[in-house]
Design a protein around this ligand. Structure first.
Ligand code: 2PG
Ligand code: MG
Length: 398
């Protein structure tokens, strides 16, 4: 039996304790599922997800009857049908979460029917220029912004091990995480080990510079200076209002924020800065690119895994790397198209989790299948983040 016989969905909790959905697609006895994540710092131009109850209803009442009888291996055809059934440009009628749940569960089901590991099956669906055998791991060790309750405006402070193997990269990341724990309790108090949405520490510091300094001290004390780079997702839309950015308790102009990035880069030799300016400022991103000669300016809220937004970023030379989040666009085929478009224009792809995650590990297969530049999955702690890193490790060993 290689035709879809049943599609079902129900609510589950995500890592923040919010409702999300799990979609199950069956072909006879063979079943596959996908659990959909959700963001907190959501870009204005992302596809629209519905609340979990509405999304479950959409899957059961509209998507399931329409897709029964389709071959799950016809991914493009299925995704096109999903778009047609929704009928809106932003997937707001049925919900990007309902649509993505079905889209990815179909791909997983097809891989089972083909008796292939998911990553191997995905390779048969698209041709995308690879960057690396094993992606760089972007591990978010200090959380701020919308993912934490702190004074730090920037959302994510990441370490990126410079390594060609998953186990060495994970060893480096977890070693830094453990040492950082010590340094935080010594610097503040023994009760200061708060954890943010993505498993990183939430520190008591008051300046956006402090987490970088703390990570640098930690890395130096471990003698790992040559094995790690520092990266940030500042998620600037979340501290932008009416032409100003609120950083370290002050309202600053875009030009001052650029100067701040220049000085942080000078001091910490930063590997990448994601969403350095608010999501409509394509020119601001371009200006930073000129300064970050050794690193990457990454679009996330700017580009929202959307071909029109990516095209604008290409035209304006805004970025040299892009975050890939499937639920920003809503189907697997459209995700492939954006990844291909990025690589055809020499832009690096970083496949990413969301801050509200599930235990699903599909993004590790997606990252590995196409040899992407990076995988961003939070701190190497908390089950929903570890699921992705462990899956990548498992694939790399196989
Ligand atoms: C981001 C993500 C993931 P969210 O901004 O890159 O780290 O956060 O899912 O809240 O958009
Ligand atoms: Mg981001």
């Amino acid at each position: 039996m290689s035709k879809i016989t049943q599609i079902d969905a129900h609510k589950i909790l995500d890592s923040r304790g919010n409702y999300t959905i799990k979609v199950m697609v069956s072909a006879g006895e063979v079943v596959a599922d996908f659990s959909v994540p959700a963001g907190a710092s959501v870009g204005t131009h992302e596809a629209i997800s519905r609340d979990a109850d509405s999304a479950v209803k959409a899957v059961k009442n509209e998507l399931a009857p329409a897709l029964k009888g389709y071959d799950p291996r016809d991914q493009r055809e299925i995704d096109q049908l999903l778009l047609k059934l929704d009928g809106t440009p932003d997937k707001s009628r049925l919900g990007a979460n309902a649509i993505l749940g079905v889209s990815v569960a179909c791909a997983k089901l097809a891989s089972r029917l083909e008796r292939m590991p998911v990553y191997q099956y995905l390779k048969t669906l698209a041709k995308i220029k690879p960057s690396r055998t094993i992606p760089y791991l972007f591990m978010n060790l200090i959380n701020g912004g919308k993912h934490a309750s702190s004074y730090i405006a920037f959302q994510e402070y990441m370490v990126v091990p410079v390594s060609e193997t998953v186990d060495e990269a994970l060893t480096i990341g977890t070693t830094i995480q453990k040492e950082l724990r010590k340094i935080i309790t010594e610097s503040y108090s023994p009760f200061s080990l708060n954890i943010g949405d993505e498993g990183g520490y939430v520190i008591e510091g008051r300046s956006v510079r402090e987490p970088l300094a703390m990570l640098q001290t930690t890395i130096a004390s471990l003698g790992l200076k040559d094995k790690v780079r520092l990266a940030m997702d500042t998620a600037a839309s979340s501290f932008y209002q009416d032409g100003f950015y609120e950083v370290d308790g002050k309202k600053i102009m875009p030009s001052e924020l650029l100067e701040l990035y220049k000085s942080l880069n000078h001091e910490f030799n930063i590997f990448s800065i994601e969403d350095p300016f608010y999501e409509e400022d394509f020119d601001g991103f371009r200006d930073l690119r000129g300064e970050l000669v050794n690193g990457y300016v990454v679009g996330d809220d700017l580009t929202v895994t959307n071909p029109q937004r990516l095209q604008e970023a290409i035209n304006k030379k805004s970025i040299n790397a892009i975050i890939i989040k499937m639920n920003q666009i809503g189907t697997l085929s459209e995700t492939f198209d954006v990844m291909k478009m990025a690589r055809d224009n020499d832009i690096e792809c970083i496949v990413s989790h969301r801050s509200g995650e599930t235990n699903d590990d599909f993004i590790a297969d997606l990252a590995y299948a196409f040899g992407v530049f990076g995988l961003k999955a939070g701190a190497p702690r908390r089950g929903e983040r570890i699921a992705k890193y462990n899956r990548l490790w498992e694939i790399a060993k196989s």
